[in-house]
Design a binder for this molecule. Structure first.
Ligand code: URA
Length: 207
């Protein structure tokens, strides 16, 4: 449906800190948390609301309540890095998890872990993964979540490559994509250029 690249000074500032190869694991995670909060704020702008009777200390009036269960689904492992920031803004969100790998010979995707809250059919599902590179794991995760009944899905990534965005749009045109930045291309090793390296390694201090 749509691809939205957020245009926000703080996101650009914080993402530049994350891109710097000399940024420590601790500062990398801190900036990821802060960007995740800003992205959560942006993607939740048009969440459906219902009216709700409330009583202020002064009088009775009508307020609002988000009218849909929100389910956040990080794609393992790097997607976990976006969960804290989103949960700060959406504390009532339920969390699902999905881990996929592709058989290197057959290219058939396999789920090695999947656990979701009930009610996916009527929930707004936000899939999060820092890097949208080839789009392979995002496409597989979306299919796995649709197969379990989800109908209202959005994909939120920090950095996307044009190749991954195109592939995802073609495979799942009903899924809106939100990025903090759209980078130039994928290199021969599958890294986004300029990117930030391996998001999972930088987040968890592995190499
Ligand atoms: N996954 C990453 O973590 N980084 C990339 O650049 C591409 C895929």
């Amino acid at each position: 449906m749509s691809v939205k690249i957020l245009d926000h000074a703080l996101i650009k500032h914080k993402l530049s800190i994350m891109r710097d190869k000399n940024t420590s694991t601790y500062i990398f995670k801190q900036n990821l948390d802060e960007i995740a909060m800003l992205m959560a704020y942006e993607v939740s702008k048009d969440f459906p609301l219902k009216l709700k009777d409330i009583e202020t200390p002064v009088c009775k009036t009508t307020g609002y309540e988000v009218d849909k269960q929100i389910v956040l689904v990080p794609i393992l492992r790097a997607g976990i890095g976006l969960v804290d920031g989103f949960r700060t803004i959406m504390p009532n969100a339920k969390i699902g998890h999905i881990g996929m790998y592709r058989d290197e010979e057959t290219l058939i995707p396999h789920e090695y872990y999947a656990r979701f809250p009930s009610g996916l059919e009527s929930s707004k599902v936000i899939i999060v993964d820092p890097m949208l590179a080839t789009g392979g794991s995002a496409m597989d995760a979306i299919k796995a979540i649709k197969d379990r009944g989800a109908k209202d899905i959005m994909m939120v990534c920090l950095v996307g490559a044009p190749e991954g965005v195109k592939a995802l749009q073609e495979a799942h045109p009903d899924v809106d994509i939100t990025l903090a930045a759209l980078d130039h291309h994928l290199n021969e090793k599958g890294y986004i250029v300029p990117g930030l390296g391996d998001a999972g390694d930088r987040l968890f201090g592995t190499d």
